[in-house]
Design a protein around this ligand. Structure first.
Ligand code: ZN
Length: 503
């Protein structure tokens, strides 16, 4: 079913905000961007925007197909004489992240984003802007209806629900596109060409614990570790930030010599964040309390020396009320050995790109509830076999400890190919336009290219875009100058491919 957007209300919204983009070049691109910003399109709410774009395509006589999950493909015939050129897919995602300042009265399900011009920047009034990925959509649509840009056959692929876990790309019907060159227009640094990303996969471990009575003459200590830097488990993993769960397991293990038993453990929550805080309760003989405190202090000093960059790390140790039950000696040892053995941090660096993390893992969360320890590990790699082997390693450690595992379905990475032909074409185009070489980069986080690349065998991909800052926040802004440059690079690349440079 095709839902037609209410064109009169869209028109009204467009008119109310055209001031911010008045006079900006390329005009067609900015005009599309303003129209897109006027239509609510948060993740899982892309229907109205998709309908609007279908309408534009239909008016221009372009064929549109949509798969079951709502991904759109608009086919644009080649310019006269260029129909023998290889087809190029221009790919962006339809959805945006909806973030607003608490003081702003704004309803992302029905309000138009209010555009503001601020020197070289376009931003929104108190909300995220949606330049991620609205500029990409606008550029592709501007090419599609221009009539005077030289290009071969084009397929404009617009995916749904990228921001909440790449769901559109994961469920993409591969037959929606036939092109085997893909320009992903979803990057945020105009002097970078992105040629790789990491895949990811989660493993959840469940370790049953045996509980016993509290031994006589016991005391309980609450250990609290706070103030670690944490951060994104992919983008920040190379910084060797301390993992609060790993450190707490090592600390509790060090108390084994005082016959400490585990009574509680909690640390971490999000699968994609490095744990910043953790808490453990241990029970030990009251007579060993002072000796235990000394061991804790020694460990704390060792942690400070090992992670000198964790300048706000704080470890506290307070005597607390005895719990009703405690984890048995065997179960305590199994739990803590397992947590201390799980990998955390960088596991391999890329051979293709100096400085790029190829494989990493994050011990993301561990919680004891009653007689069960649940642990979540999240691993990443641009190399699928390396991702699988890391997940298998986590499963092996779990099994050694007597636990069971649930392996999540991993999403694939995109291994950088320094010999990619579209990379050569783009580098030449960039150099011609900007007078300098672009930087080749790859990201140790998920991108749609990884998922699409695995579905469409042999596809040659690259990701680039204008300068966008503070994406996913109300401070999101896009540089006007960089959009003009991005546009020139895009149409320059299409012209080269259309005229035989991609051979
Ligand atoms: Zn994006």
């Amino acid at each position: 079913m095709i839902l037609q957007p209410c064109t009169s209300s869209i028109q009204a919204r467009e008119n109310s905000m055209s001031e911010a983009i008045k006079g900006l070049a390329p005009e067609q691109l900015w005009d599309f961007f303003a129209r897109i910003a006027a239509i609510p399109h948060g993740s899982k709410n892309e229907t109205a925007l998709a309908s609007y774009l279908r309408l534009i395509a239909a008016k221009a006589g372009l064929a549109v197909r949509q798969d079951e999950v709502g991904n759109l493909c608009i086919s644009v015939p080649a310019s006269p004489g260029c129909d023998k050129a290889p087809a190029v897919v221009l790919q962006s995602h339809l959805d945006m992240v909806c973030e607003k300042n608490a003081s702003v009265d704004f309803d992302f399900s029905k309000d138009a984003i209010r555009l503001v011009r601020d020197g070289d920047w376009i931003r929104a009034e108190g909300t995220s802007l949606g330049a991620d990925n609205g500029i990409g959509i606008a550029a592709a649509m501007a090419v599609a209806i221009s009539g005077d840009i030289l290009h071969g056959p084009l397929e404009i692929l617009l995916t749904v629900d990228e921001e909440t876990g790449l769901a559109g790309a994961v469920n993409l019907s591969p037959s929606l596109i036939s092109g085997r060159i893909l320009l992903n227009l979803d990057s945020e640094k105009s002097d970078h060409l992105c040629i790789g990303c990491a895949g990811g996969g989660e493993v959840s471990t469940f370790l049953p614990l045996t509980l016993t009575d509290i031994p006589p003459q016991s005391a309980a200590l609450a250990l609290t570790l706070t103030g670690l830097r944490g951060g994104h488990s992919g983008l920040d993993i190379h910084e060797n930030r301390a993992n609060a769960v790993t450190l707490m397991a090592r600390l509790a293990l060090a108390l084994k010599e005082h016959s400490a038993l585990l009574a509680g453990f909690q640390g971490g929550d999000k699968h994609n964040a490095i744990p910043r805080e953790s808490l453990a309760t241990v029970v030990l003989r009251a007579a060993r309390l002072n000796a235990a405190r000394e061991s804790i202090s020694a460990r704390h000093h060792a942690f400070v020396a090992e992670f000198a960059h964790e300048t706000t790390m704080k470890l506290s140790c307070e005597e607390t009320a005895l719990p009703a039950r405690v984890v048995s000696e065997t179960s305590s040892a199994a739990a803590l050995h397992m947590l201390a053995a799980f990998p955390h941090g960088v596991l391999a660096m890329s051979r293709h790109m100096p400085g790029l993390v190829e494989t990493s893992s994050n011990l993301a969360a561990a919680h004891i509830h009653d007689d069960l320890l649940t642990v979540h590990n999240m691993s990443r790699s641009s190399l699928s076999p390396a991702l699988h082997s890391t997940m298998e390693q986590i499963a092996a450690i779990s099994s050694l400890a007597g636990g069971t595992c649930e392996m999540g379905t991993p999403y694939p990475g995109w291994n950088p190919d320094p010999h990619s032909k579209i990379l050569t074409v783009l580098e030449k185009t960039y150099e011609e336009i900007c007078g300098r070489k672009p930087e080749r980069t790859a990201t140790h986080a998920g991108l749609e290219c990884g998922v699409i690349g695995e579905k469409c065998a042999g596809i040659d991909m690259i990701s680039f875009g204008p300068d966008i800052i503070n994406a996913h926040s109300p401070a999101e802004a896009v540089s006007i100058k960089s959009v003009a440059r991005f546009w020139k690079i895009l149409i320059g690349t299409l012209r080269r491919v259309a005229t035989g440079a991609y051979a």
